[in-house]
Design a protein around this ligand. Structure first.
Ligand SMILES: Nc1ncnc2c1ncn2[C@@H]1O[C@H](COP(=O)(O)OP(=O)(O)O)[C@@H](O)[C@H]1O
Ligand SMILES: [Mg+2]
Length: 221
């Protein structure tokens, strides 16, 4: 198994103008290997979202390093980092973040819409089918159930065959049955060789490793 994500001594402090500093992450190191399904747990405010943003190249920490596929992503130019993100990382969020005026198919294709000459439509249709939402392929997100919406977000995250999927509270808005479906898809993705890191406040989720965060730091075993 090779390391897909390596975070080493990552620290992030928020400095809102005119207010006190807030610790986001304090000296956090972790690894997610290919084929691994790992979970970051912790109460609200413990730094889970900050960790995923740093891991996904979306928010530069002030110190420490983040490697994705062996590449130190914050040492790259922002353009190269964006390309690395688009090629290697899929994101899934609690609020789905679907585009309301696009259809299911267009939402799945959204990451590639700006890429000239991309021919991902066939693949997107296969993913829509795979995630069991083909009966809604031409519908806008507003006409979908919450479980279906999250499956659209999963399909979108998988479109570019990412090595790493980062999921921030992906079951937070779902009932138990739909939550299980989403977690099963993420586990299956890991079983096919992908690397998965899920942030959740639900300590009951089974995982290859549970990483416990408290006030931005890894809690001891
Ligand atoms: N943009 C921001 N500006 C200032 N403080 C922030 C910002 N984002 C998060 N924080 C603070 O950082 C801490 C960790 O937040 P977060 O990573 O969102 O935690 P979690 O996802 O575990 O709820 C919290 O105290 C939160 O209030
Ligand atoms: Mg959060």
């Amino acid at each position: 198994m090779n390391d897909v994500l390596t975070m080493h001594n990552v620290t992030k402090t928020y400095r809102p103008p005119g207010r006190h500093e807030v610790v986001g992450l304090k000296d956090v190191s972790l690894k997610v290997e290919s084929g691994a399904f790992k979970v970051v747990c912790g109460p609200s405010g413990s730094g889970k979202t900050t960790l995923l943003l740093a891991a996904g190249g979306l928010q530069k920490p002030e110190s420490g390093s983040v490697k994705v596929g062996g590449e130190d992503i914050y040492a790259l130019s922002s353009e190269k980092r964006a390309r690395c993100r688009a090629g290697q990382i899929g994101f899934v969020f609690q609020q789905f973040h679907l585009i309301p005026f696009l259809s299911v198919l267009e939402n799945v294709l959204a990451p590639t819409l700006a890429v000239p000459g991309n021919d991902s439509e066939e693949k997107a249709r296969c993913l829509v089918d795979f995630f069991g939402i083909s009966h809604r392929i031409d519908h806008p997100p507003s006409e979908l159930s919450t479980g279906e919406r999250q499956r659209v977000a999963l399909a979108r995250a998988m479109l570019n065959d990412p090595a790493l999927v980062l999921a921030d509270e992906p079951t937070g808005n779902l009932d138990e049955k739909n939550a299980e479906v989403v977690l099963k898809h993420l586990r299956d993705f890991a079983a096919r060789g992908g690397a998965v890191l899920v942030a959740t406040h639900d300590t009951g989720i089974k995982a290859d490793e549970k990483i416990q965060l408290l006030d931005g730091a890894l809690a001891g075993p």
